[in-house]
Design a binder for this molecule. Structure first.
Ligand code: LLP
Length: 463
């Protein structure tokens, strides 16, 4: 998210206006592997490739804008999370980051579970045969229909988010003659260091049931009395795009404290805790995210230590990474259109997409990097703002970045780390067509979500 301080070094403040940039990189042609999917390289002709396929060929075959996703990177990240947590824990991929049938198949093949938060995500998962018991159902306002479907199908757990929902799920399950496994989502009171809109564990927001005032303990009391539900654990998700491990540790400590309180009051040892998702990724060279094994080690240690201190059995831990799995695996490819140098300010580079395929910059002031990928250039760096083709000035994809000064219409540029919350939050604003997602693996590219067509738009418009 946005940084307030610039690292030391030349700022070019006398040359360029205020912004979120440091000096231009020494060589604009070098791709920082921190922000690009693992199969991305620049070949000897200067063209960027993914899985050995040149972006120029990809643009010809699939058009622009388009998201290209490195399938082997996605699978490797799934395995890294599964290996880091080991057989005594569960990893649930957060489908809200990006979900499609192919993604569900990859998850099943790599042994991950899935967190869904809507009937639509549930349908996608079941459509390709994900076993319901491997699915967790989330949301702060699940509809009666969603709850009925989830219970009827036998999802592994429903994460309860309010007092009303405790009763609602219990009632629905009981009326079907079922006992639904549930967790209660608590708000641990941590101020996660991230953008306000994606922090979720402070008191004044819509998610979860507060811990500090005793509401969570009361929720447990009520849940334990109801026949339709089996309370198996406590859930905490503190926010998203977080780099500081301290928040996760406080969250783990407070959740274990609640387990101890529940044991003391009810003589019941809840067998599970879920510590949510939220681990940050590198969007620019300045970001330094933790690795899955580091987060696993830190969480395991703290949970084990706290459980020993309280004399409660160590619960089975689960986590729900979304962004950290899919985010780094994809980039968005755009064609450069109009280029507008504004004297003394910066150059506005318009691309053929914009806030309809990446709303994150407008919504969260998110930072991205960008590179010229269809060729190399030795031209001077040019302070640029990559903007879309939509009808508002906030339609910014990359706020501050350097591109070569000889950039021309028709060049291809790519924005890395767009695998999470870009296609999944894409819109039809201005009746634009949502771009395809193309998976690249073993030197082959295949569409996993096709580009929308104008017929798709008209099909919905039944007036
Ligand atoms: N678990 C729960 C209960 C969540 O609400 C979320 C994300 C996750 C897991 C996954 O979090 P992740 O590992 O992906 O950070 N649209 C925003 C992010 C919203 C996150 C919502 N919940 C963005 O583009 O930054």
């Amino acid at each position: 998210m946005s940084r307030s301080a610039h690292p030391a070094g030349p700022r070019h403040a006398d040359v360029y206006p205020e912004g979120h940039y440091t000096a231009p990189p020494a060589d604009l042609n070098v791709l920082d592997e921190k922000v690009w999917a693992r199969a991305v390289r620049r070949n000897s002709d200067g063209v960027v490739t993914v899985g050995g396929i040149e972006v120029s060929r990809l643009a010809e075959e699939f058009g622009t804008p388009a998201y290209f996703l490195d399938e082997s990177d996605f699978r490797a990240r799934c395995r890294a999370w599964a290996d880091a947590f080991g057989p005594d824990a569960d990893v649930f991929y957060a489908g809200k980051a990006f979900l499609s049938r192919a993604v569900v198949r990859w998850l099943m093949e790599e042994g991950l579970n899935l967190d869904v938060c809507s009937g639509g995500e549930l349908t996608t998962a079941l459509d390709v045969g994900m076993p319901p018991e491997r699915i967790a159902f989330h949301g702060n306002n699940k509809s009666t229909d969603e709850i009925e479907r989830a219970v009827r199908l036998g999802v592994g757990r429903i994460v309860l988010d309010s007092f009303q929902e405790i009763v609602r799920v219990a009632h629905i399950a009981q009326s079907m003659g079922k006992r639904q496994r549930v967790q209660i989502r608590v708000t641990v009171g941590v101020e996660a260091h991230t953008h306000e809109f994606i922090a979720t564990a402070h008191e004044d927001q819509k998610f979860g049931i507060g811990l500090a005032g005793g509401e969570a303990a009361e929720a447990v009391r009520r849940a334990l009395k109801l026949d339709g539900i089996e309370l198996v654990g406590i859930h905490s998700h503190i926010g998203s795009q977080i780099f500081d491990m301290a928040g996760f540790e406080v969250s783990a400590r407070r959740v274990v404290q609640l387990l101890a309180d529940v044991r003391d009051e009810h003589g019941v040892e809840l067998p599970e805790i879920d510590l949510g998702g939220g681990l940050g990724i590198a969007y620019t060279s300045e970001d330094d995210p933790a690795e899955p094994h580091e987060i696993a080690k830190a969480l395991n240690e703290i949970v084990t230590r706290e459980c020993e201190a309280h004399g409660v059995a160590t619960p089975r831990i689960s986590v729900e990474p979304g962004r950290a799995i899919v985010g780094p695996t994809a980039f968005t490819l755009y064609e450069v259109g109009t280029i507008k140098p504004l004297e003394g300010l910066r150059t506005y580079v318009s691309v053929d997409g914009g806030m309809s395929d990446n709303i994150r910059t407008a919504l969260y002031d998110a930072e991205y990097s960008v590179a010229l990928v269809s060729r190399t250039s030795d031209a001077e760096p040019m302070l640029s703002r990559v903007v879309g083709k939509h009808c508002e000035s906030g339609d910014i994809v990359v706020k501050d970045a350097f591109l070569p000064a000889d950039l021309a219409p028709g060049d291809l540029i790519a924005v890395p780390a767009t695998g999470a919350y870009c296609r999944s939050m894409a819109s039809n604003y201005n009746h634009s067509l949502r771009p395809p997602v193309v998976a690249v693996n073993d030197g082959e590219a295949r569409v996993i979500v096709r580009r929308e067509t104008e017929e798709d738009l008209l099909r919905l418009d039944v007036g």
